[in-house]
Design a protein around this ligand. Structure first.
Ligand SMILES: Nc1ncnc2c1ncn2[C@@H]1O[C@H](COP(=O)(O)OP(=O)(O)OP(=O)(O)O)[C@@H](O)[C@H]1O
Length: 722
C-alpha cells in the first residue's frame, strides 16, 4: 500500500544517512562540545579526598596532555583542594606553604574555564593573572606556556621595562594576560581600545602582597575597569583574611582554603632553619666566609636595599670568591634582570645577592641555602624568603643573621610556628675582608661611593621599619659598620638628624659614633686573614686589635684635626675647596645599571694624575696591593691636611684684608657725610630726587657692606633734615 511504501522509503533513507555519518568524521567543534558537556557533568561528583592524580579530576584532554608532557601526575594538597572548587566557579582564597604548587592550582582552572567557554582569539581578554614582580610574572607565563601549549588561546606577558608600543599591538588580541599591576594600569589608561569587559576570571598571585599598601591604589583603579561578574582567585603562602583588604575585590562568598593551617610549622617540612647572632660590623666578613665555605652549592642572599646588593656584589666580585656571583634588584634594567634570573636557574653552583624582589614566588631550581643577611621586615617576609629553598619535596637550609638588638624577631618567628635554632659560627673559619675593602675603597672612588650609599640605605631601611620592637637604628654601631665596609669615616646620616620626633639629638647621644673618634682598634673582633686562593680557609696571620702586630691596620683613618661635625659647608665653600684641591669637578660617574644615585653624598672626586692611573692599572693586572693602597690613602690624607691648612691661612688673610678695607671705607664715609651736610640746601634744590636716589643706588654696586653704609648715611641725612 501507499503507507507501506512510504515506511520502506524512510527506512532506506535512514540507513543511507547512517552510512554517510559513519563515513564522515564528526566535526571538531561538535566533538569538543560533547567533551565539554561530559566533563562539566562530572563536576558535582568531584571529591578532593579521593583524588590523587590529575587524571582523577575531570579536565580537558588538552590540559591533561600538557601536564603529562611536563611530568606532572600527582596532585599536591593545595591543588587537590583548590582545583575542584575553582572549576565549580567559586571565588577562592588559597593559602599553602611555599613551594607547594599554588601556580598550577590557579593556572589549571584558568585554562579549563576558557576551554569550557570555547574562548577564541576573537573573544578578547578572558583571564587576568596579576603578580607583584616581573620575574614572578615571567615565571608564571613560562609555566602557562608549558602546560597550556595544547590549547589555542593566546597569552601575553605585560610587565614593565619593555616597549609599550610592542605590547600595545598584541594586548588587544590576547586571551590570557599575565602582568604586574603598574604596567597593566598603564595599558588601561593609555592603550586605546583595551577592553576588559569580557573578563571571566581574575587571579592574584601573592595576593597579600598585591593588596597591601604598596599596590592598593593601583589595584583599586584596575578593579574599577573589570566587570563585577567574574570569578576571582587569590593565592599566597601568607594569605590575607583582612576584610578591608578584600573589600575592593567584591568577592562573592569566597572559600578559604588553607591546606596547611593545622600543620605544626608554617614553613616547609624539609627546611632546616637556623640563626646566628652577629654584630653589624661583622656581617659582611661573616657572609664572605660563608660563601667561601659553600662554593659548590646554590645560595640566595637577601639584603635590605638595592644599594647594599650592588656594593656587596661589586666588593665580593673583586675578592673573587671562587663561585659565580650574581645580583638581582629592582632598579636593574629589565634585560639584565631576565638574564640574571635565567642564568641563576641554570647554574649548579652560584650565589645570588638580591633584594626582596626575589623573595616571593620565584622557583629557582635546587637552591641549597637561603641566607638573610639583613633581618626581614616581618615574619611573612621571612616565610617567603626562606621559601626559595626546600621546594616541592626537596631539602633546603636557611640562615638568618640577627643583630643582638633584633632578638625580638626570633620570638615572633617562634610564635608564628617557625622552627628555628641558634647556631654559632666557628671563629676559626671567619675571615676579615675589612682590610681589603679599605684598600678597594681607597683606590676606587666608585666603589667607595657605593659603600657610602650602601651604608646610608641600610640605616634608612632600619629607620623606616615599622616594628620598632625589633628595629632601632639608634642601637646600631654606625662607625664600626662604616669601617667594616671599607670606609674610613661614617657618612653623614641626614635623615636621622632631621628626625625630631623623639626630640633628641642622636649625634649628641652617641658621641662615640662620631667618625673622629673611630679607629680600626674599635673593632674588638678577632678576625683572621686568610688566603682566599685556597678552597679551605687557611689561617695565615691573626690581627689582634691593639696588639700592634699590624700597626698600619691600627692607624687612625680619620683626619687628626677634623672639623666639628655640626659645621655645615655652603655649596660655594664646597666648590672653592674642591678647586683648591685641583680636582676634576663634575666628573660623570657612570654605573652599568639605570639607577638613580641619590643626593645624600657629595661626590668625592678622583685625582686623575697619570701616576695614579698607572698604578691602578698595575693593580688591576696583579691583584690588589694592600700596602700600596694604604700608603696611597695616607699620602692622600696628608695632602688633604696640607690643603686644609692652606685654605685656613688664605681665609685668614682675606678676612684681614676685608677688615682693613672696612676701616678705610668708614673713614671715607665720614668725609662723604660731611660734604653732604654742608651742601645740603643747594643740592636739594638743584638736583631732582631721582638723581639723589640714583647716587645712593649706584653705591650698591660696589659691595654688600656699602648697603649698610648707605642706609646709615640716609638715616643720618634724615636726622639732619629734622
Ligand atoms: N603536582 C606537582 N607535581 C610535581 N611537581 C609539582 C607539582 N606542582 C608543583 N610542582 C613543582 O613544585 C615547585 C613549586 O611550585 P610553585 O612554584 O607553584 O609553588 P608555590 O606554592 O607557588 O610557591 P610560592 O609560595 O613560593 O610561590 C615547582 O617547581 C613546580 O614545578
Amino acid at each position: 500500500c501507499h503507507v507501506c511504501y512510504k515506511m520502506a522509503d524512510l527506512k532506506r533513507h535512514g540507513k543511507r544517512e547512517e552510512k554517510k555519518r559513519k563515513r564522515k568524521p564528526e566535526p571538531k567543534w561538535r566533538q569538543e562540545a560533547r567533551q565539554i558537556e561530559a566533563t562539566v557533568a562530572q563536576y558535582p561528583q568531584m571529591a578532593p579526598e579521593s583524588m590523587e592524580k590529575f587524571t582523577d579530576i575531570p579536565l580537558s584532554s588538552k590540559t591533561l596532555q600538557g601536564l603529562r608532557k611536563n611530568g606532572y601526575s600527582n596532585l599536591t594538597d593545595i591543588q587537590k583542594a583548590a582545583i575542584p572548587s575553582a572549576l565549580r566557579g567559586k571565588d577562592i582564597l588559597g593559602a599553602a606553604k611555599t613551594g607547594s604548587g599554588k601556580t598550577l592550582a590557579f593556572l589549571i582552572p584558568v585554562l579549563e574555564l576558557l576551554w569550557r567557554e570555547r574562548w577564541t582569539q576573537m573573544d578578547g581578554l578572558g583571564a587576568l593573572i596579576i603578580s607583584p614582580t616581573r620575574e614572578l610574572a615571567y615565571q608564571t607565563f613560562d609555566v602557562l606556556y608549558k602546560i597550556g601549549g595544547e590549547h589555542d588561546f593566546s597569552a601575553g606577558l605585560i610587565i614593565g621595562g619593555k616597549d609599550l608600543g610592542f605590547e600595545r599591538a598584541r594586548i588587544l588580541k590576547t586571551n590570557i594576560i599575565i602582568c604586574t599591576p603598574g604596567r597593566l594600569l598603564q595599558h588601561m589608561d593609555e592603550t586605546p581600545n583595551f577592553e576588559c569587559q569580557s573578563l571571566k576570571i581574575l587571579v592574584l598571585d601573592e595576593a597579600d602582597r598585591i593588596l597591601d599598601l604598596g599596590f592598593c591604589e593601583t589595584m583599586r583603579s584596575i578593579v574599577e575597569n573589570l566587570p563585577s561578574e567574574r570569578q576571582t582567585l587569590l593565592f599566597s603562602a601568607t594569605q590575607t583574611k583582612s576584610v578591608k583588604d578584600l573589600a575592593l575585590l567584591s568577592l562573592s562568598e569566597p572559600e578559604y582554603l588553607s591546606v596547611h593551617e593545622e600543620s605544626e610549622t608554617s614553613t616547609p617540612q624539609r627546611l632546616q632553619q637556623s640563626y646566628v647572632v652577629c654584630k653589624l660590623e661583622e656581617k659582611i666578613s661573616t657572609l664572605f666566609s660563608f660563601i667561601k665555605t659553600h662554593l659548590l652549592v646554590k645560595s640566595i642572599i637577601f639584603l635590605s636595599s638595592c644599594k647594599q646588593v650592588r656594593f656587596t656584589y661589586e666588593a665580593f666580585r673583586r675578592l673573587r670568591p671562587g663561585v659565580p656571583l650574581m645580583c638581582l634588584y629592582g632598579r636593574q634594567n629589565q634585560v639584565k634582570r631576565v638574564a640574571v634570573y635565567k642564568d641563576f636557574c641554570q647554574k649548579k653552583a652560584a650565589v645570588l645577592l638580591c633584594t626582596d624582589i626575589a623573595a616571593r614566588g620565584l622557583d629557582f631550581p635546587s637552591v641549597h641555602w637561603v641566607v638573610q643577611l639583613d633581618c626581614p621586615e616581618d615574619t611573612n617576609t621571612y616565610i617567603h624568603r626562606v621559601g626559595r629553598t626546600a621546594r616541592y619535596e626537596k631539602d633546603g637550609h636557611a640562615l638568618l643573621f640577627i643583630l643582638p638588638s633584633e632578638m625580638e624577631m626570633i620570638k615572633e618567628l617562634v610564635e608564628k610556628k617557625i622552627p628555628i635554632e641558634e647556631i654559632k659560627i666557628d671563629p676559626k673559619k671567619l675571615v676579615s675582608i675589612q682590610g681589603k675593602l679599605e684598600a678597594f675603597c681607597a683606590q676606587d672612588t666608585e666603589l667607595k661611593q657605593l659603600a657610602q650609599k650602601s651604608f646610608i640605605r641600610y640605616l634608612r631601611s632600619v629607620h623606616l621599619q615599622s616594628n620598632k620592637k625589633v628595629f632601632d637604628v639608634r642601637k646600631l654601631p654606625t662607625s664600626e659598620y662604616a669601617l667594616s665596609l671599607g670606609l674610613s669615616q661614617a657618612p653623614r646620616i641626614r635623615f636621622l638628624k632631621k628626625d625630631t620626633t623623639s626630640g633628641k639629638n642622636w649625634d649628641k647621644e652617641e658621641p662615640t659614633d662620631t667618625p673622629e673618634t673611630v679607629t680600626l682598634e674599635s673593632s674588638k673582633t678577632r678576625f683572621r686573614m686568610a688566603s682566599f686562593d685556597d678552597d679551605i680557609l687557611t689561617v695565615k696571620r691573626v690581627i689582634l686589635a691593639g696588639t700592634g702586630s699590624m700597626e698600619e691596620e691600627a692607624t687612625p683613618l680619620a683626619p687628626p684635626n677634623p672639623e666639628p661635625k655640626t659645621k655645615t659647608k655652603s655649596k660655594a665653600k664646597l666648590v672653592r675647596s674642591l678647586l683648591n684641591k685641583k680636582l676634576k669637578v663634575n666628573t660623570h660617574v657612570k654605573f652599568n645599571d639605570d639607577e638613580d644615585d641619590g643626593n645624600e653624598i657629595s661626590h668625592e672626586l678622583r685625582d686623575s694624575s697619570d701616576d695614579d692611573e698607572q698604578s691602578e692599572r698595575k693593580e688591576e693586572g696583579d691583584g690588589i696591593n694592600i700596602e700600596e693602597a694604604k700608603m696611597k690613602l695616607r699620602a692622600q690624607d696628608k695632602l688633604d691636611r696640607r690643603n686644609e691648612r692652606k685654605r685656613v691661612r688664605e681665609a685668614h688673610r682675606k678676612k684681614k684684608l676685608k677688615n682693613k678695607e672696612k676701616t678705610r671705607n668708614e673713614g671715607e664715609k665720614e668725609e662723604r657725610i660731611m660734604t653732604l651736610c654742608t651742601n645740603e640746601e643747594s643740592e636739594n634744590e638743584s638736583e631732582p630726587e631721582e638723581c639723589k636716589r640714583q647716587r645712593i643706588d649706584s653705591s650698591d654696586e660696589s659691595d654688600g657692606d656699602n648697603i649698610c653704609d648707605d642706609e646709615e648715611l640716609a638715616l643720618h641725612l634724615l636726622h639732619h633734615k629734622k
